[in-house]
Design a binder for this molecule. Sequence first.
Ligand SMILES: [Fe+2]
Length: 296
Amino acid sequence: MQPLPFTPDLSVQPDVEGFFDEATNTISYIVKDPNSDACAIIDSVMDIDYAAGRITYDHADALIARVKERGLRLEWLIETHVHADHLSAAPYIQQHLGGKIGIGSKIKVVQDTFGKIFNEGTEFQRDGSQFDRLFDDGDSYRIGSLTAHALDTPGHTPACMTHVVGDAAFVGDTLFMPDGGTARADFPGGDAGVLYDSIQRVLALPDETRLFMCHDYAPNGRDIQWETTVGEEKAHNVHVGQGKSREEFVRLRQERDKTLAMPKLIIPSLQVNMRAGEVPTDNSGRPMLKVPINGL
Ligand SMILES: [Fe+2]
């Protein structure tokens, strides 16, 4: 396992506010610097009625309103990965509040894979240039006085990253709450063994580190939750807790993935999110999505 490429600093404690999207079970975050009005938004959501081909912005508008209400300055729009179950609203929020859109540099791998699956033409760039910043493992960036670190945590997808800001880590789909286990690793480019190794990296953070999930599905009828700690995950995570071995995890993950249907929004999500949240257009410039038949 690669060691952490930075030294965690638990004395720095960003202010974190979560926003749950009921339609997709996604949690978006506003992460604020306690020493200034600088903030970042992690994993925003654009609403889609896929059956009707209609896009709306209620969830994003709520985030924008909250940033304005608190008098914050948006510096970053971070995507923990190319989501397959919801559409990013990053460009819409950027239009209203500014900020730079960032994602892991392995987005190029994801763009190459899905560029082929969606039979995109040469006008679809596979170099990540739709984003303002591509992070490599160990890269850092500032949110006001805060230093944020990007940590490669592939496995669910190749471009997955965990973003660590002081005592808070935004794990994307690397981990779920302890009773939810982990995210699937069977999408093109996913790998259960690689996911296990990435999770060990997250669990190498200090036990008190606050972990913020990208999704929660409220298993066993409990309420929605999105915050836990490294210590809690190590002790209780139903897929990787109690020092579960890599072999055991891979077997469990692969068995489970065979039983899962495709996410309802995977087809629109991939096409939009691999373009940093922009809806593709047809050759007359109208927003338009494709459905590859037996392609996924
Ligand atoms: Fe995901």
